[in-house]
Write a protein that binds this ligand. Structure first.
Ligand code: BGC
Length: 405
């Protein structure tokens, strides 16, 4: 396969690029509430951050200050021809105390949704993206057997107030990552290392999604509801039968543990794709493939995006790529990264995949979870200066939107 100057595999020379994107395809970017809004002191993540636990040991939480600067964020979307935006609402702001809802916080999100509509920007809103209100975290968070009930009450409140203003809702961002990093590896809040608690958390997250889905549909049958699944592409090393077996297991665990029980209760599948792994039986840990690394040290391989799309067509739902991003402060890799994402999506569409949107992660540099402020995923920095890759994305959107088939 051809290599461009950054060493990324180049799919563009092949002949699958004849047909354009489907009409109405969403070209957008994504953020999350806690990682972007800043100054949200009422969450378990802020408590954790205050202890200096992130890689950069920063204890303050400005993030990108989107709580105040959200109109500027919408300007960034407009400037770059994006027609869609995925963002999050923060549970801790909406329900700062158990059962007490803050109407001003809901109104804040109402204004954002209205502004997006006014600008013909399709919205996708996430109800839960890793963070919990402190009152709930103190009760055990997702491990508490009443978690599905608490989540459903919160979802009901939000949807009954502003549900119809958004085009799409997602309930829970990356339940698998939440369980893996928060409850098995102890890397994120709630900082647990317990398989038993992971089992309980998985059960509760699934129940919470299903309960919220049913409630939302009762409020308004037309509201589109999905879930964001983090999916990894796995390939076996060589032709070894054991490596192939390991790969099958990895693929199964990666997708099935959360998609299979929730799929019936979704209107679409949100895929967050970041990584591709090589699997071999003799090593317990998957090796990363590819020579180019982002600032995280993650190998970049966008062909994996194509692979996960193809593998997950079997669930029979429309697919939205709800995250795909690259930490690259100097913006060396990101332009090609985005171009390849779109090319591989086109390839999948041309082969029958029902992919309806792409959201680059992230619109802005933000609070990058365990890494604090070190990783720069943004199309723009926190001062809202667009990086050159944002222009590349804008031009690609323009080009593809004009030859929509
Ligand atoms: C998460 C984001 C995070 C990104 C990059 C995704 O799995 O949903 O919140 O910022 O990865 O680490």
């Amino acid at each position: 396969m051809d290599q461009n100057q950054n060493g990324l595999k180049d799919p563009v020379k092949t002949s699958f690029n004849r047909i354009g994107f489907p009409k109405g395809f969403l070209f957008g970017s994504a953020t999350s509430a806690f990682q972007t809004e800043g100054y949200d002191f009422n969450t378990d993540w802020h408590e954790w951050e205050k202890t200096g636990a992130t890689t950069d040991h920063m204890t303050d939480h400005p993030a990108a200050d989107s709580w105040h600067k959200w109109p500027e964020d919408i300007e960034l979307l407009k400037k770059t021809n994006q027609n869609a935006y995925r963002f999050g609402v923060e549970w801790a702001r909406i329900e700062p105390e158990e059962g007490k809802f803050d109407e001003t916080a809901i109104d804040h999100y109402r204004q954002i949704l209205a502004k997006l509509k006014e600008n013909n920007i399709t919205s996708m809103v996430t109800l839960h993206h890793f963070t919990l209100p402190l009152w709930l975290a103190k009760k055990g968070g997702v491990i508490n057997k009443r978690f599905p009930f608490y989540f459903a009450c919160y979802a009901k409140k939000v949807i009954s107030q502003i549900g119809g203003l958004a085009d799409f809702w997602t309930t829970i961002n990356e339940p698998k990552v939440y369980v893996l990093d928060g409850i098995i590896r102890g890397k994120f809040p709630p900082n647990e290392k317990s398989y038993w608690k992971a089992y309980l958390a998985r059960k509760n997250l699934i129940k919470a999604h299903i309960r919220a889905y049913k409630l939302i549909k009762k409020i308004d049958q037309n509201i589109q509801v999905g879930i964001n699944q983090n999916l990894t592409a796995y390939v076996p090393v060589g032709n070894n039968i054991f490596n192939k077996f390991m790969t099958r297991i990895a693929r199964f665990v990666d997708a099935d543990i959360f998609i299979r029980p929730t799929n019936k209760f979704t209107d679409f599948l949100g895929i967050n794709y970041y990584r591709k792994y090589q699997m071999q039986a003799k090593r317990p840990i998957a090796q990363e493939e590819g020579s180019i690394k982002n600032e995280y040290g993650w190998s970049i391989n966008q062909e994996g995006l194509y692979q996960v799309i193809k593998e997950n067509m079997k669930w029979g739902k429309p697919i939205y790529i709800t995250e795909n991003g690259c930490a690259d402060e100097d913006d060396n890799i990101r332009p090609e990264f985005i171009r390849q994402a779109l090319e591989y999506i086109r390839k999948a569409i041309n082969e029958g995949a029902d992919v309806r949107g792409y959201f680059y992660w992230s619109l802005l540099d933000n609070f990058e979870l365990a890494e604090g402020y070190i990783m720069k995923f943004g199309l723009a920095d926190i001062n809202r200066n667009l990086r050159p890759s944002a222009r590349v994305y804008a031009d690609l959107i323009k080009k593809y939107s004009s030859d929509l088939s």
